[in-house]
Design a protein around this ligand. Structure first.
Ligand SMILES: Nc1ncnc2c1ncn2[C@@H]1O[C@H](COP(=O)(O)OP(=O)(O)OP(=O)(O)O)[C@@H](O)[C@H]1O
Length: 362
């Protein structure tokens, strides 16, 4: 028997939007697959197609070998038959039912064991004591926990979450993000989660699938996708701070030299690139080290003279924009910046290891 959720389909809206997706994830154990992409890429539509709420025009969706949708064979199972839990962005609780009845509705009163299931869910989601409250009497976090409890109470085979943290303010979001994975893990089912937020994706994904209007551009672990984006579109989406266009001068023994404007940089590469080939050099801000002066260094480290053009605070970090004949961004901690007393107009040396420069063929 197949142990995968296997989806490959296309959905066209009358208005013209065309959404395509092709991916596989394990169906028989807990893991979180994150559909990540910009607004309008089609993330919610993909989720709705998996749920059976939208019917694609082409392709198939199978869960553990069971056909949920097959365009050629005319198969389209109803959402109930797919046996999934679905949690929307806003939670979408029944406003006229209290917490106990919102969850109880999903369990299907009056089942023999429904009382035990209800108290188990209340306990797991830290809702004990709030049973009689109505949705408008709950905080955002409590509403979201009730929605999760309701979606999971029926013990679905697959859990779908659409931007589960988006409606929460930032403190609550951070707190819930940390707990969400643990809550979901207890149910030992696969989870497909939609987000456009990079931090949510990093914190939650076992596997990330980057969705654009052209389909899933790249999938893999966070490390694979964030440190080795397959193309410039993915690099931009995953937040690689610097993407520079250049030309390969030479490529041998795992080191590729690339000309960017008047500067030559060395990048560590698994494969060789052709001389003259056009590439993007992708550099994450945390991999750029700033120094007052150049230091003696092996050729596997790049050093450039740069001028600080802007210093932008971002929480515990500073985003430092640099001009080295091309635009470069460094992300450093505030403590590190104090040691360097960084300010706009200052001349510094930027150092980047060759292995921290990822080349993408254009
Ligand atoms: N019912 C509909 N009728 C026509 N077009 C639609 C419909 N629903 C969505 N679309 C279009 O399909 C595209 C994908 O929408 P979708 O909501 O799936 O994107 P998304 O990636 O989830 O975006 P967001 O992050 O903003 O929620 C958009 O261009 C949207 O306008």
């Amino acid at each position: 028997m197949s142990q995968y959720l296997d989806a490959e389909f296309e959905h066209r809206f009358d208005g013209g939007a065309h959404i395509q997706a092709s991916f596989k994830m394990r169906s028989d154990r807990f893991s979180i697959g994150v559909l990540f992409g910009p607004s309008g890429a089609g993330k919610s539509t993909v989720l709705r197609c998996i749920a059976g709420l939208n019917r694609p025009q082409q392709g198939h969706i199978q869960f553990a070998g069971e056909p949920w949708f097959d365009a050629k064979q005319g198969i389209h199972l109803s959402p109930q038959k797919r046996d999934i839990g679905y949690c929307f962005q806003q939670g979408a609780l029944f406003p006229h039912l209290n917490v106990a009845n919102n969850i109880g509705y999903a369990i299907g009163y009056p089942k023999k064991d429904s009382k035990a299931t209800l108290s188990e869910m209340l306990e797991r989601f830290e809702l004990t004591g709030l049973e009689k409250r109505f949705p408008h009497e709950l905080s955002g976090g409590q509403q979201q926990r009730t929605a999760l409890a309701r979606a999971l109470a029926r013990r679905p085979r697959l859990m779908l979450l659409d931007e589960p943290l988006a409606a929460l303010d930032s403190n609550l979001r951070i707190a819930l993000r940390g707990r969400l994975r643990e809550w979901l893990r207890q149910f030992d089912i696969p989870v497909l989660l939609v987000t456009h937020d990079r931090t949510d994706a990093i914190a939650l994904a076992d596997k990330i699938m980057v969705l654009t209007p052209e389909g899933i551009e790249q999938s893999g672990t966070i490390d694979e996708v964030f440190s080795k984006p397959r193309n410039a579109a993915v690099a931009q989406m995953v937040g690689t701070e610097t993407i520079l266009r250049g030309t390969v001068i030479q490529s041998q023994q795992g080191i590729t030299t690339v000309r960017i404007g008047a500067t030559e940089i060395q990048a560590g590469t698994a494969e060789n690139f052709a001389k003259g080939q056009s590439v993007y050099a992708c550099i994450q801000g945390e991999n750029v080290t700033l120094l007052h002066h150049p230091v003696p260094t092996p050729s596997s480290r790049n050093q450039f003279a740069v001028k600080v053009t802007a210093v932008i605070p971002e929480g515990p970090l500073l985003r430092i924009r640099l001009d080295g004949g091309f635009e470069l961004t460094a992300l450093i901690t505030k403590a590190a910046a104090e040691g360097l007393t960084i300010q706009a107009g200052q001349s510094l040396t930027a150092m980047i290891k060759a292995t921290a420069i990822h080349l993408v063929a254009t």
